[in-house]
Design a protein around this ligand. Structure first.
Ligand code: ADP
Ligand code: TRP
Length: 318
């Protein structure tokens, strides 16, 4: 296929994108796919999202929004295989095979499962099994690197363990061991309340919201006057401006948090405005997304089918 190391990453179509998704994941994914260092596969993890999105219209709309967002963020579909997980049935087939060699106590160690269990005991089998579908996503493409946020690190380790276990049981080097790729300085983007930005905490700054909405969210950032500077404002500001520039600015305006928020809003608008314009332009041409997904499906199916042939031969189902 290619001698370049393969890069794989997925994102669930589960909610409106926020700047935590962008600075914590999408931006690196897009940057890493440029320059030709890797052979990249990026996909919309719709089967992972099915655990929470159980409405056809919403699944369809969010999938398209996500593809549009990646294109607006600069992902080049000529360089990147951009596809929808459910278009490539090898993902769910391999997931079943991994289920059969994995134990329940092992999966019970997953942080995501423990968090879900702490909230409610009514967990879907799909939520429990999430790491095995993700292992399949990754291992089908002989992946070398998986760019993800800190919270997904354990899932990549599960994929490694599963690759090793399969190779050991069947005594054959079928799967390559992947590595997580995490950029430390943006590992966790804080929300407007200082906690991790997350759609579940209601503390997000939307990625493609209107300029008025952006301003409203920035003005709502929680500040306290105990420290040297409004740390929640600063933490978001340093995503779009260097600390060297920010230090004197925060010193100069230290008596007015409102002015600092206005400066942050202006910088965010300068950064996000062109992204939003590109998004809107692409959203007005739906055939672009259709064509990208069709081409992505073709290439992802070809690569993953070849791997599945090897897997089926190895386990003796053919
Ligand atoms: P949310 O927490 O809003 O539900 P998701 O879990 O859907 O977000 O995350 C999608 C991707 O964005 C993941 O790769 C995740 O690591 C990254 N991500 C989400 N929120 C943040 C954040 N606050 N900081 C850094 N990365 C984030
Ligand atoms: N679990 C990831 C998240 O919540 C999404 C995902 C699914 C993924 N499959 C993947 C990420 C494979 C990287 C590789 O963000």
């Amino acid at each position: 296929m290619t001698d370049k190391p393969v890069l794989v990453s997925g994102i669930k179509p589960t909610g409106d994108l926020h700047i935590g998704n962008y600075f914590g994941a999408m931006r690196q994914q897009v940057e890493l796919t440029k320059g030709g260092e890797y052979k990249p596969f990026i996909f919309v993890a719709d089967y992972h999202a099915l655990n929470s999105v159980q409405n056809a219209e919403e699944m369809h709309r969010r999938t398209r929004e996500l593809v549009t967002a990646y294109l607006a963020a600069g992902l080049d579909p000529k360089e990147v295989v951009l596809f929808r997980q459910s278009d490539v049935s090898a993902h769910t087939e391999l997931c079943w095979i991994f289920d059969s060699i994995t134990t329940m106590p092992y999966l019970m160690r997953a942080h995501a499962f423990k968090d879900a269990e702490a909230k409610s005991k009514d967990i879907s089998v799909g939520t429990f099994n999430y790491p095995m579908l993700m292992a399949a996503d990754i291992l089908l493409y002989d992946t070398a690197v998986v760019p993800v946020g800190q919270d997904q690190k354990q899932h990549v380790e599960f994929a490694r363990d599963t690759a090793e276990k399969f190779n050991r049981i069947f005594n054959k080097e079928v799967f390559k061991l992947p590595e997580a790729y995490i950029t430390p300085e943006v590992a966790v983007v804080p929300g407007t309340d200082g906690q991790k930005m997350s759609k579940s905490y209601g503390n997000v700054i939307p990625l493609f919201g209107s300029s008025e909405e952006l301003k409203k969210r920035v003005m709502s950032i929680v500040t306290d006057s105990s420290g040297e500077l409004p740390k929640n404002v600063y933490a978001i500001h340093k995503l779009v401006r260097s600390e060297k520039e920010l230090k004197p600015l925060y010193e100069e305006h230290k008596s007015s948090y409102k002015e600092l928020k206005e400066l942050l809003y202006a910088d965010l608008e300068r950064y996000l405005g062109p992204l939003r314009a590109k998004y809107e332009e692409l959203a007005s041409q739906p055939s672009v997304v259709d064509e990208v997904l069709e081409a992505g499906k073709r290439e992802a199916c070809a690569v993953s089918e070849a791997k599945m042939e090897q897997v089926r031969n190895t386990i003796g189902v053919r």
